[in-house]
Each structure stands twice: as C-alpha cells, then as structure tokens.
Design a protein around this ligand. Structure first.
Ligand SMILES: Nc1ncnc2c1ncn2[C@@H]1O[C@H](COP(=O)(O)OP(=O)(O)O)[C@@H](O)[C@H]1O
Ligand SMILES: Nc1ccn([C@@H]2O[C@H](COP(=O)(O)OP(=O)(O)O)[C@@H](O)[C@H]2O)c(=O)n1
Ligand SMILES: [Mg+2]
Length: 232
C-alpha cells in the first residue's frame, strides 16, 4: 500500500527513482529493449509509477487518460487542468497563467511543477498519469530537479495537424485557447519545444508512440498492452 508522506521528493527517494539513481545503467537497459509486452517489467505494488502523456493539442491525451484511469487505476494529473484551476481560484499567478495560455505559450516550469507536486502529494495512489507535461526541455528538467524522478513510461499520441485542429475546434469546453489563432501558435510551440522532449525519451527507449487516428476505443486497444503488467 502506498504511504502518504510529507513531501514528494522524499517519497521518490524511497521508491523507483532510487533504483534509477543507484542502478541507472541496468535499469535503462531494460527499457531500451522494451519492445513487446513480455519485456515490460512488472512494477512492484506500492512503488511509484509515473507515466508522462505527450501529444499535440487535441491529439486525445485527456480522453485516453480517462480510459487508462478506468482500466488501471491511475490518478490523472492534467497540467492544463491544474493551470486552469489555478486561474479559477483567483491565485496571484492567475492573470499571468491566463495570458500565457491565451497566447499558446508555456507557463514557467516552476509554477507547473509546484502544482503537479502538490497534486501528487495529496494522493494516496502510487500510479500517476501526468498529462500534457513535460511540454519543453525546461519542464522536463524542472520535474527531474524538483521531484527527483524519471518517468517509467512515456506515451506520445501522434496525430496529424489537420485532425488536431478539427478536434480542438469541435471540443466545445469553452476554453480560451480553443480558437484557430491560438491553435496555430500552440502547434508552432509544440514543434519547437515538445519534439526535443519526445526525442529525449525516444533515445532512452521509454517512448511509446501511438497513432492517434481512429476511434477512441481503437486507440485505447493500442494503449492497453503497455499497462497490462500493472493489472496482474
Ligand atoms: N480518437 C478520437 N477521435 C475523434 N475525436 C476524439 C478522439 N479522441 C478525442 N477526441 C475528441 O477530440 C477533442 C480533444 O480531445 P482531448 O482528449 O481533449 O485531447 P488533448 O487532451 O490531447 O487536447 C475532444 O473533444 C475529444 O472528445
Ligand atoms: N506543461 C504545461 C501544460 C499546459 N500548459 C498551458 O496550458 C495550455 C493547455 O494545456 P492542455 O494540456 O490542457 O492542452 P491540450 O493539449 O489538452 O489541448 C497549453 O497550451 C499551455 O499554455 C503549460 O504551459 N505547460
Ligand atoms: Mg488535454
């Protein structure tokens, strides 16, 4: 059973990240050969399991996260939702976050990582889906530094731009960034800042690239085997 502790960094230092720090080379080797379901190591119950969920705007990250939560009992931590909640709460950072989101830019990592950290600390779960994060190398390094951990799995929902634009314009959630001007900017930022992160995890053998075109259920059937060892 996962124990709630005072700080996430403390929590990470007693979990899987310790394994990474002490046995980095051999642990990475496991993930480099991570090509089929049978080669996925079964995480021990109670040890922290972090999944980063990447993909452009409208690629279906949030939709697939809901399915993963239902099937595998993860806690869903959406960076965008946390930032929107911060705006709604009237926090001191609210107006800066709002203008950053409206411009399709990336909020400074310190703000986002702090919100993610608080969310993780307030959960008793040990399996986390961090959705829409890291969106830049700055995000990635800030998480590593503050939380002191690496993700166990990185999902990347690969979707053509035209399809992403269509989905975002039909999303209908009243978001300030779901308009054609902001989407264009978000796609530019995605190309510039997110690809280095995707390449980083690809080189480390952690990336699971999933073709995000198809029905929600078809896509989930490609996601399911990745987490199958967790349900054992
Ligand atoms: N496979 C799919 N096919 C068509 N529409 C989808 C699919 N997956 C999600 N959507 C819809 O596209 C929009 C964006 O999905 P969402 O999960 O919010 O993406 P993201 O979190 O990556 O921006 C939503 O309106 C959602 O209902
Ligand atoms: N790591 C993150 C995630 C989101 N954001 C901001 O929040 C916006 C919405 O993020 P989101 O993840 O909810 O967007 P979708 O990809 O789900 O459409 C982004 O365009 C950024 O402006 C950020 O600055 N840093
Ligand atoms: Mg989303």
């Amino acid at each position: 059973m996962w124990r709630r502790v005072a700080s996430v960094s403390h929590l990470f230092s007693h979990s899987k990240s310790t394994k990474f720090n002490q046995q980095g080379a051999s642990t990475f080797k496991i993930w480099e050969t991570f090509t089929s379901e049978s080669e996925i190591p079964t995480p021990s119950k109670g040890s922290l399991f972090v999944t980063f969920v990447l993909g452009g705007p409208g690629s279906g990250k949030g939709t697939q996260c809901a399915k993963i939560v239902e099937a595998f009992g993860f806690t869903h931590v959406s960076a965008g939702d946390l930032l929107r909640r911060e705006i709604a709460s009237g926090s001191a950072y609210g107006s800066v976050i709002l203008s950053t989101i409206r411009e399709g830019k990336i909020v400074p990592s310190q703000v986002t990582v702090e919100l993610i950290q608080k969310e993780m600390e307030s959960s008793d779960n040990y399996k986390f889906l961090i959705d829409g994060f890291p969106r830049s190398e700055e995000n990635r390094k800030a998480f590593e530094k503050t939380i002191g951990a690496e993700p166990d799995v990185v999902l990347f929902f690969d979707c053509p731009e035209q399809e992403m634009v269509k989905r975002v314009l039909n999303r209908n959630q009243g978001r300030v960034d779901d308009n054609i001007d902001t989407i264009k900017k978000r796609l530019e930022i995605f190309d510039e800042l997110n690809w280095p992160v995707i390449n980083y995890y690809s080189q480390r053998g952690k990336l699971h690239k999933i073709n995000a075109v198809g029905t929600v259920d078809e896509i989930f059937e490609k996601v399911r085997p990745i987490f199958a060892p967790l349900s054992k």
